[in-house]
Design a protein around this ligand. Structure first.
Ligand code: GDP
Ligand code: MN
Length: 379
């Protein structure tokens, strides 16, 4: 779960990071009032969960409250990478002398949390990684002893910070580290961390991504979820207890079990198709859950065929088959469905599916090929 910049900044401020307090606004008038309270030049920033807001016109400076209102009017309603801006952050404008990147990420390959730092901040760090990898420091942290003082000093030296900023920098990196650890984050970054013209360290942009699997430990953070910006289908899936991730292909997948769901996606690709989603309906799929899964899959206009792959263990195949047939009757849109049900009561399941005119398949390869062919036939 990604947190908006202003939320991320609130958290980092609690951990002692140098963040200038700002205010959010949803109308130009609110932005003007916020700028009046702040006093002096401000920056007006789109609060959307996508990167590169600056380049997209979502970050603008304003010298006066009236200008802040005008800039807010331009930014609110703006479309940034498919997301409409509803809220802006109004914060004191900084006079930037130099921009740095400072982040903590979970490095799954290295099985550690890693500090990433660069004196080439501001721009997208992925771009720097490609064009100038030597400009980036990666410092893995020992999972048992964590961030060490000598590592903090090493990062400060690598960035070439002036001696008088080493102390505030240490506070910033230590705060970022504690915020990352204590909120079970996957990512906590400040980009840019800047040195201002009057020699102060300041975090101008922040981004925290929380580990969804650890959210149950943080009800206070879970409450910050921005439903306005999530895939509506993913929200519906979460509410129905279905594990679902939307993708860009045309073959809808309905599978029980995460491993089987991934295998199914691989075989769709092998058969020359592209999966429209990852979907795990979980164990003991009943008709109502199957119906919810169908609705979520078919909500995606790109879906041209559905591949149903069920392994009946405790779940009885004939029950799932009945659930599928029942649910299909309630759907607004019909697309070809290919079903492969194996395991407990597979033979009974096949009879039910055939009687209802679903395409059936015995092997998963065969099912994937038929689904891809059925999708191609409808376009
Ligand atoms: P992003 O594009 O979504 O990463 O948004 P950022 O908050 O990082 O802003 C993008 C760029 O706008 C920064 O790298 C800065 O160069 C600039 N910027 C952001 N805040 C300020 C500010 O207070 N003063 C000045 N002069 N520039 C700013
Ligand atoms: Mn940024």
């Amino acid at each position: 779960m990604k947190l908006q910049e202003y939320r991320s900044k609130e958290i980092l401020a609690r951990y002692g990071a140098p963040v200038a307090p700002g205010e959010t606004a949803t109308t130009p008038d609110e932005a003007r009032a916020a700028a009046e309270r702040i006093g002096g030049p401000v920056v007006v920033k789109a609060q959307v969960l996508v990167g590169g807001r600056g380049k997209a016109g979502g970050v603008k400076l304003a010298a006066t409250p009236d200008e802040a209102a005008a800039r807010a009017a331009e930014i609110i309603g703006l479309d940034i990478k498919g997301v409409t801006v509803r809220t802006v952050l109004v914060a004191p404008a900084a006079r930037i002398a130099k921009e740095y990147y400072l982040g903590l990420v979970l490095d799954r390959g290295g099985r550690t949390v890693t500090v990433i730092a660069s004196a080439e901040g501001g721009v997208e760090i992925e771009e720097t990684a490609r064009t100038n990898p030597d400009a980036i420091l990666r410092l893995p942290l020992d999972p048992l002893i964590g961030l060490q003082d000598h590592q903090v000093r090493r990062v400060a030296f690598f960035l070439g910070l002036p001696p008088e900023l080493r102390k505030p920098f240490a506070t910033t990196l230590r705060g970022l580290d504690r915020a990352f650890m204590e909120s079970d984050a996957d990512l906590a970054e400040i980009n840019p961390l800047v040195v201002t013209e009057d020699g102060q360290l300041e975090a101008l942009d922040a981004k925290i991504v929380l580990d969804d699997s650890a959210l149950f430990r943080h009800p206070d953070l879970e409450a910050l979820r921005d439903l306005g910006e999530e895939e509506p289908s993913e929200i519906a899936a979460r509410e129905a207890g279905i594990n679902f991730i939307k993708l860009d292909g045309s073959i809808g997948c309905m599978v029980n079990g995460a491993g089987l769901a991934m295998t199914t996606m691989d075989l769709v690709k092998l058969a020359g198709g592209e999966p429209a989603n990852f979907l795990d309906i979980g164990g003991g799929a009943k008709a109502d859950r199957v119906a919810a899964a169908f609705r979520i899959i078919l909500d995606d206009p790109n879906v041209r065929a559905i591949l149903i792959n069920i392994f009946g263990g405790i779940t009885r195949g004939d029950e799932v088959a009945r659930g599928i047939v029942e649910a299909r009757e309630t759907l607004g849109r019909q697309v070809p469905m290919v079903a492969r049900i194996v395991g407990t009561n597979a033979a009974e399941a096949a009879l039910i599916l055939r009687a209802a005119n679903l395409i059936t398949a015995d092997s998963l390869d065969d099912a994937a090929r038929r689904a891809v062919a059925a999708a191609a036939a409808t376009t």
